[in-house]
Write a protein that binds this ligand. Structure first.
Ligand code: F6P
Length: 490
């Protein structure tokens, strides 16, 4: 039996016993944007927010996040709150405002030029800047102030997300030690050798150990974290319980593989609108090809987009019989575009797409369709359903929810998932065709296998993949975290 929204609601009622439930993250789940005279509410391309929204719909409570939309201020009340989701208000979003300098130092700088490359083994060196670190601490304090204001004198459980807020739990507890905090680290945790180049490693580790519970996607990340603490910080580690005692405060360290709302995606992907969208897409992009591949990613150097394009290039050279018969559609969500490495990546991908298309195009056919824009979930489900195969070729990825979304949306029980071994998802989705994205020749053979796989085998694999995601869905993830806290007797 898989977990449902109702199961989670029941658990929250019994286990959290009237505590206020607060989620904190940098990225907000809904962004308000001015478009002409109208204000549009869009869902950002963030695995984190897409995964947590169903949990918040089930638990109610407050979500504290950075208000990044240009119309965000227009829709909030005096306490900077707005009810979301717009079509079915069920929880409150409290927005925090940052100046350009704060966003630069805390989000672009420390979070995404230092911690992001530090934690992902993608061979992009981190940039450590003292001024960014100071801004990061200042912004963590702004988040702490907003959380403390929401809590007031109530009993609360605060669920902190990710690497943008590594010292938040300490700052909250310094003012209100009664608050219970858990934190989930959505990206990988590297081994101690890698982490030790960070000049603020002790402060970051100590900050994270302010939490009662600390979650990672997989056991390997937990082990790396414990080993990093062991080498750098005065503390006692109980390896059997996977717990750290730092100055009397205990932090449990646990793996919780995150997931998606399988039932909701499956329901939405089966809708008539999606079928109509599939027709529109076929027509607009002239997709009459026998074989359609799809990739859906933020444009990020961890996602291995150039590696995927190079493999497709080599595939068309090695197997020329597929020229004119196969098209790969890459949906690319612009991301962190003010960071130099991302600007370079964008330019590299544009060049590669242009070169590959120039090399093979003939008549009206070209092998790569590169769509660099924000796509609605409806459009994404339509592209998924049109595809014979989906490629996820991350060089390193905490989980990768695109893989789980692809599987959830294939209500027709067809389609092949080509999945990087270096994602957390590869541990669960063993019926996918697993690849090492750096090993181009193997990658090429895997594309061939995907294209030529008989329908019965595709379906058998997809059925198993769907069972796995249905069983281990987002409600189970949330339920496991809440149950773990409840077991602590908090
Ligand atoms: O999944 C990892 C993650 O960093 C999330 O924390 C984040 O929401 C997502 O990638 C997108 O990144 P950003 O919020 O910087 O657009």
């Amino acid at each position: 039996m898989s977990w449902t929204k109702e199961d989670l609601q029941e658990l929250v009622k019994t286990k959290l016993a009237g505590r206020l439930f607060i989620v904190v993250s940098n990225r907000e789940p809904y962004i308000h944007i001015s478009s002409g005279d109208e204000i549009q509410c869009v869902v950002p391309a963030s695995g984190l927010t897409v995964a947590l929204d169903p949990m918040m719909r089930a638990c109610s409570g407050v979500w504290v996040a950075h208000g990044s939309g240009n119309a965000d201020r227009k829709v909030v009340d005096a306490k900077n709150r707005v009810s979301v989701p717009p079509d079915e208000p069920s929880y409150s979003l409290r927005r925090i405002w940052l100046t350009k300098e704060e966003e630069e130092g805390y989000y672009l700088g420390l979070s995404n030029e230092a911690l992001w490359p530090l934690c992902h083994v993608a061979y992009t060196p981190p940039i450590f800047d003292e001024a960014d670190w100071n801004t990061y601490k200042k912004v963590n304090q702004l988040f702490a102030d907003a959380v403390l204001d929401e809590v007031g004198d109530r009993k609360a459980f605060v669920f902190i997300q990710d690497y943008h807020l590594a010292i938040l739990s300490r700052l909250i507890k310094a003012k209100n030690p009664q608050v219970i905090t858990a934190q989930f680290w959505h990206i990988p945790w590297p081994n101690p050798e890698v982490f030790r180049i960070c000049p603020w490693q002790e402060e970051l580790l100590d900050g994270l150990l302010g939490n009662d519970l600390l979650g990672f996607h997989i056991g390997y990340n937990c082990d790396n974290f414990l080993e990093t603490v062991n080498r750098n910080l005065e503390s006692k580690i109980d390896y059997e319980r996977s717990a750290v005692n730092r100055g009397g405060g205990i932090t449990l360290v646990r793996p919780f593989p995150i997931s998606v709302d399988f039932d909701r995606i499956a329901r939405d992907a089966a809708k008539e609108e999606v079928i109509e969208e599939m027709e529109r897409i076929r027509h607009r992009w002239k997709l009459d090809d026998e074989f359609i591949g799809v990739g859906v990613d933020r444009v990020d150097y961890t996602k291995g987009i150039p590696h995927r394009l190079m493999a497709l290039d080599k595939f068309l050279t090695k197997y020329p019989e597929y020229q004119g018969r196969m098209v790969f559609v890459q949906l690319a969500e612009p991301s962190r575009v003010h960071i130099r490495k991302y600007k370079e990546l964008n330019a590299d991908i544009d060049d590669l797409v242009e070169e590959i298309n120039w090399k093979y195009q003939s008549g009206g056919w070209r092998p790569i369709i590169y769509i660099k824009e924000h796509c609605s979930p409806l459009a994404i489900w339509a592209f998924h359903r049109l595809a014979h195969f989906c490629i996820v070729s991350s060089l390193h990825d905490g989980m990768n929810l695109v893989a789980k979304e692809f599987v959830s949306s294939r209500v027709d029980e067809d389609g092949v998932l080509i999945l990087s071994r270096f994602t957390g998802a590869a541990r669960e989705l063993v019926q996918a065709l697993l690849i090492n994205p750096y090993a181009t020749d193997d990658f090429v053979e895997t594309i061939r296998k995907a294209v030529e796989m008989p329908k019965r085998q595709r379906q058998a694999r997809m059925r198993k993949l769907r069972q796995s995601v249905e069983q281990n869905n987002i409600y189970q993830w949330a339920g496991n975290i809440i149950s773990e806290l409840a077991n602590l007797g908090l």
